[in-house]
Design a protein around this ligand. Structure first.
Ligand code: WTA
Length: 663
């Protein structure tokens, strides 16, 4: 007799489109396919549907002000407060329901539940404390914290008093913290003593202190004690307040949420770009929060009674929009997990889903590829039947990983939303609506209703179905970044100059360029191919090659460096560094180690080079530009293609030998 499982695998392998599961459709938030036409016809008025998910202190009268492109404004004369939208308005009906379910990494430590009432009260106390520390409206507060509840509490406390936050991913280095605090002129820092990673406590405070030493203005620091007193670290907290003391001192105080203009900054989020300097992406209160809420409702199908699990880190945009702001604005229960999915063993993530009966799982393809590699025995051993919807974000998902996720995690009964978006877009842009669109593994899907995207060639003309080109967005949307902090010129140059008529005041002449390549099929589905600028996507994390290169050339003994992305089975891309040594330095293990350390110190372990290749020269074009394509080909053992435009073609063999040499 045929093995039904083998049949199933074979069928799945051949199937290239999937209908939304009927049970899901029956209960979904958005089910009417006319929404696409309706939004197109009513654009931009359609976006009241997003804004109406929020409570406004002052109703807006104008939806879009496009008189000064690309500085678009949304709902500009409306006023609201993000923390009131995420907390206060839920208290009557959901005060006793869980807002945050937090799971720490150690299994022998108690998990924490914050009801909406408890979260509200602690946010108020901390908001009062921040005020008492001298934080004023519009001051930028840096939050350098891992996945502990005090991070979203601090974000909401900042939002409550109208102080924009700038969260710096805890895995980033001291240098990266200092760069961001200096760039944002941020005088306030909230950080913590440490946290757990694979069973060991990490000394986070030491990194924060090192970073502060390089901040060029006075700062105030508040420290959260996450670790037990006997953590083994000798922290000198003198001169700093602790979070616990402050919250105790302000316990019971209520802080009226400040009415913010819709266009007031809610937060800054630094992200990597083409140059060595990270860019401070500015998001606003009205447009961003509408976008995060609307997409959480329409795409993630979040309902207040759900327990929703996004396995990202709040230090990245995914966590901002889809752990904190979107889910809490909708009044649902959002999960936070501190640790890695394989600690203490590979059951951990699935055990959490089973225990909390999570309804949605939103994660990155890199994680799914790891799960796949570990094998089905782990998800199979746990009850995942609470799951209703699965999502992916951060990088292209290969069809095999998609199908594995669909079958082994979703039991073929959960739709998968493959959501393409960026730090700059604030929230999702391309994805199927889970109860409406047929799913095609590997393809994100059409633009959301009301979003207008296309694929063009270098001159900006649309390319035909099936042809690769550059992804562009033709119309503004409420969640879009408003500018780069203190740098309107760079904002225009990075995102608009390529395909817009920049001297035009007509919004129709302005086109947003996300710097991704993509192709389109006959049904209008977009398959995103990846970055076309010098930005790598390592495990779903954005890293600028220039940032890594400048870290490497800062290492003693290095004369020049070039960094490219090589294919990697789990990470998607991995960092490959080609290094030329200075005269008098050996190409040895010691220097290789120092190069790796240099990158970890400047950025963090996420940017650690997979491979460091010493080479006497870099391949350069006649005009002196490094030919990265060639270095990528070498990293991937690919055909080298045309090398005739090189000034130094003879170097290619040497580099190939060096690259192969240290396997
Ligand atoms: C990539 C993360 C393919 C893309 C939310 C984009 C994706 C960059 C997808 C943004 C997807 C994100 N399919 N590629 N579903 N989602 N990307 O700013 O290259 O950290 O430009 O935002 O990730 O990364 P960022």
């Amino acid at each position: 007799m045929a093995d039904p499982d083998v049949d199933l695998e074979a069928r799945l392998a051949e199937q290239d489109s999937f209908e939304p599961p009927a049970d899901f459709v029956e209960q979904a938030n958005v089910t009417d396919p006319d929404i696409y036409d309706e939004f197109e016809t009513n654009w931009p008025d359609c976006w009241t549907q997003a804004a109406d998910l929020l409570d406004w202190d002052t109703e807006y009268t104008e939806i879009l002000d496009d008189s000064n492109p690309p500085f678009y404004e949304w709902f500009a004369d409306g006023e609201l407060n993000a923390s009131a939208n995420c907390l206060d308005r839920h208290l009557d009906e959901r005060g006793d329901e869980a807002a945050i379910e937090w799971v720490g990494e150690p299994t022998d430590e108690a998990n924490r539940t914050y009801t909406y009432q408890e979260l509200h009260d602690e946010v108020n106390a901390f908001a009062a404390a921040l005020r008492a520390q001298g934080v004023e409206e519009d001051d930028i507060v840096t939050l350098y914290m891992p996945m502990i509840p005090e991070l979203p509490i601090a974000m909401l406390a900042c939002a409550r008093i109208g102080a924009p936050h700038s969260v710096v991913f805890a895995g980033f280095s001291a240098d990266a913290l200092a760069t961001r605090m200096n760039s944002a002129d941020s005088e306030h820092l909230v950080t913590c003593d440490g946290y757990y990673r694979r069973g060991d406590p990490l000394n986070h405070f030491e990194k924060a202190t090192e970073g502060l030493a390089d901040v060029d203005h006075d700062t105030d620091t508040i420290v959260v004690n996450r670790l037990p007193d006997d953590d083994g670290f000798d922290h000198d907290l003198s001169g700093h307040d602790t979070y616990a003391d402050l919250v105790a001192a302000h316990d019971g105080e209520m802080v009226d949420p400040v009415s913010r203009s819709a266009e007031d900054m809610l937060f800054l989020m630094y992200t990597s770009g083409t140059t060595g300097q990270p860019k401070g992406v500015k998001h606003t209160t009205g447009g961003y929060l509408s976008w995060a809420s609307w997409t959480s409702h329409a795409v993630l199908d979040i309902k207040p009674e759900d327990t929703y699990f996004c396995a990202a880190d709040i230090g990245w945009i995914t966590g901002h929009s889809y752990i904190v702001y979107g889910p809490l604005a909708l009044g649902t229960t959002t999960m936070m997990y501190e640790g890695t999915p394989d600690y203490p063993d590979r059951h951990r993530l699935w055990e959490i889903i089973e225990e909390y009966e999570a309804n949605q799982l939103y994660t990155a393809p890199t994680a799914i590829r790891s799960f796949m590699k570990w094998g089905t025995e782990y998800p199979d051993a746990n009850d995942l039947s609470s799951l209703r919807l699965l999502g992916t974000v951060g990088e292209p998902i290969n069809p095999r990983a998609w199908k594995w996720y669909y079958k082994h995690i979703g039991d073929e009964s959960c739709p998968i939303v493959d959501t393409w978006w960026q730090t700059e877009t604030g929230g999702m842009m391309l994805t199927t609506l889970p109860a409406i669109g047929e799913m095609k593994p590997g393809s994100a899907g059409p633009p959301l209703p009301g979003v207008s995207a296309d694929i063009v060639d270098v001159r900006g003309s649309p390319v035909g179905a099936g042809e690769a080109g550059y992804l562009v967005v033709n119309k503004p949307w409420p969640g879009m970044l408003r500018t780069l902090y203190n740098n309107d010129d760079r904002f225009i140059n990075e995102y608009w100059r390529e395909y817009s008529q920049v001297d035009s005041n007509d919004s129709a002449d302005w086109v947003y360029f996300p710097e991704d390549g993509a192709k389109l099929d006959e049904d209008g589905y977009f398959t995103v191919l990846g970055r076309v600028d010098d930005v790598l996507n390592v495990s779903g994390h954005r890293l600028g090659t220039m940032e890594i290169e400048s870290a490497i050339v800062g290492v003693e003994g290095v004369a020049e460096a070039a960094v490219v992305g090589g294919d990697h089975e789990i990470k998607g891309e991995a960092v490959y560094a080609y290094v030329i040594t200075e005269d008098g330095y050996e190409e040895d293990e010691e220097l290789r180690e120092r190069v790796i350390e240099g990158v970890e110190d400047a950025i963090g372990p996420i940017a650690r080079p997979e491979k460091v290749v010493f080479t006497p020269e870099l391949p350069k074009t006649r005009s002196g530009k490094i030919m990265r394509r060639l270095l990528e080909n070498i990293a991937n053992d690919d055909e080298l293609g045309d090398t005739s435009t090189l000034r130094n073609p003879e170097i290619v063999d040497d580099i190939q030998t060096a690259a192969g040499g240290d396997d």
